[in-house]
Write a protein that binds this ligand. Structure first.
Ligand code: GDP
Ligand code: ZN
Length: 458
């Protein structure tokens, strides 16, 4: 199928001073050439080469911008189509002008995600890789970027494909058993079936255990700072924001189209959440009672509970401990530059499994330990390992959960001594569900919906 030639502004990762107008499609080179003045016509240059020249307005011959133009002929391009990238260095006004001209002479404005969608439709990448491109664009930290890169390189896809291969082998084996019932190997078939299905089930479980870390890497760790008035919540918040690069993102196309604050703590993106105004909360228990504040706090992935080193533990402190029972929390005893009046033994008892850190935010002491505690909480040994396949995408997680159920059903029906073709139905279902992750069995409308979430120009 022949698609129109599309164009959009595509700013490179890391936000250099350069902006790029990217074109993709069969007319890409022709369109760029109509605006380009340089040594040679872009139509005559070799593929995958870069050329210096000027962009002119063909109606007036006025020079708009000095540019470097990359010419890449399909199929060895991201979209498998002819791709031209016009690198402009003159800021937003001139890059917009170049885009306008490109549209005037025959390109159409790309929809969000359309470049990536073409790469998918032209068979260049599979669906999970396309989704990884979207994750890359949104990646908040280097680690999150690595997860997305790994996925884009096809690590998840390869694993899913090998699991589906195993499932096909089981199905084939079962077919033999059904077709030749007199071939008396039922016992052996059942054993083999259970073994292989168990293997697939374990692999799916492993993937699901990475899901929490993956989701945090992608979406940030929702963090709430709680404590009585004056313990230092605002000071901590300010310290975290100012000492660490605050990442402000504006995620388009999502319902929460709001600016959120992210800080990068040793590779863990913290999202300082403002759900119901509880980003920094003093009198939450008083306002809502222990039970309700628990419900609100429960939405957070991490609680930072502040206490005052310079005061005895108060009943309100104890209530806060009760409200965060069982949640991931770090207890921060602040103001160590003042005289100690709190009992640290009592604090440790109340804290249970949670780490207790002492700080003086005033003197900027103990903050390294706090940051280490945050990191340790979410990157225990092993989970960090480079070649781990993370699952971070909520669509993948939901499909893996469904696949896990389906394969579980297969195993139980073997255990219950049901006819083998019952198990086969569940195994086939598992195979289909896993196929949805890599886009083997998805509908067009889902594809449109997924790609519409991308940023423009990708
Ligand atoms: P919040 O009410 O919990 O948000 O507390 P704030 O961050 O507004 O701090 C209350 C007061 O305690 C302010 O005057 C801070 O300067 C002070 N403060 C914060 N951290 C420390 C500390 O480590 N040592 C001392 N001495 N004062 C602190
Ligand atoms: Zn405050």
């Amino acid at each position: 199928m022949e698609y129109e030639t599309i164009a959009a502004i595509s700013t490179p990762m890391g936000e250099g001073a350069i902006s790029i107008v990217r074109l993709s499609g069969s007319k890409a080179i022709d369109i760029a050439d109509r605006l380009y003045r340089g040594k040679a016509s872009l139509k005559d240059v070799k593929t995958h080469t870069i050329h210096y020249g000027k962009m002119i307005d063909p109606k007036t011959d006025e020079t708009i911008e000095e540019v470097m133009v990359s010419v890449m002929r399909g199929p060895k391009t991201f979209t498998r189509e002819d791709v031209v990238e016009i690198n402009c260095h003159g800021g937003l006004v001139s890059v917009n002008r170049v885009l306008e001209l490109v549209l005037e002479v025959g390109a159409v404005l790309a929809e969000p995600g359309e470049f990536t969608k073409r790469a998918f439709l032209n068979g260049r990448i599979d669906l999970s890789q396309a989704e990884a491109v979207m994750d890359l664009i949104r990646a908040k930290t280097d680690r999150a970027m690595n997860v997305a890169m790994g996925q884009m390189e096809g690590r998840l896809s390869r694993l899913i494909q090998s699991l589906r291969q195993t499932l096909l082998e089981i199905i084939a084996q079962v077919e033999v058993n059904i077709d030749y019932p007199e071939y008396d190997a039922e016992e052996m078939t059942n054993r083999m079936l259970k073994e292989k299905a168990g293997y697939v089930q374990n692999k799916i479980k492993d993937l699901l255990t990475t899901a929490k870390q993956g989701k945090i890497l992608r979406e940030g760790l929702s963090t709430v700072i709680i404590g009585r008035p004056n313990v230092g919540k605002s000071s901590l918040l300010n310290n975290l924001i100012h000492e660490n690069k605050a990442i402000v993102t504006d995620i388009p196309g999502t319902t929460r189209d709001v600016i959120e604050e992210y800080v990068n703590i040793r590779g863990v993106p913290l999202k300082l959440i403002d759900t119901a105004g509880i980003r920094e909360t003093e009198d939450i228990v008083e306002r809502m009672g222990v039970e309700r504040s628990r419900q609100v706090l429960n939405k957070a992935d991490l609680i930072l509970l502040l206490l005052n080193y310079n005061e005895e533990l108060q009943p309100e402190d104890i209530q806060l401990f009760e409200a965060i029972q069982g949640m991931d929390a770090i207890i921060v005893v602040n103001k160590t530059d003042l005289e100690r009046k709190i009992s640290l033994d009592k604090v440790r008892t109340l804290a249970g499994q949670s780490k207790v850190i002492t700080t003086s935010l005033l003197k900027e002491e103990g903050i390294d330990e706090l940051e280490e505690a945050v990191r340790d909480l979410f990157f225990e040994q092993g989970i960090e390992s480079q070649d781990m396949t993370y699952v971070s995408n909520s669509r993948h997680i939901s499909l893996l959960n469904q696949a896990s159920h389906a394969i579980g059903d297969a195993i139980s029906s073997i255990d219950d001594g049901m006819p083998v073709d019952m198990a086969q139905i569940d195994i086939r279902r598992t195979w289909e569900i896993l196929g949805e992750i890599i886009g083997d069995t998805v509908s067009d409308s889902l594809i449109d919906q997924l790609f519409s979430q991308f940023c423009l120009g990708k």
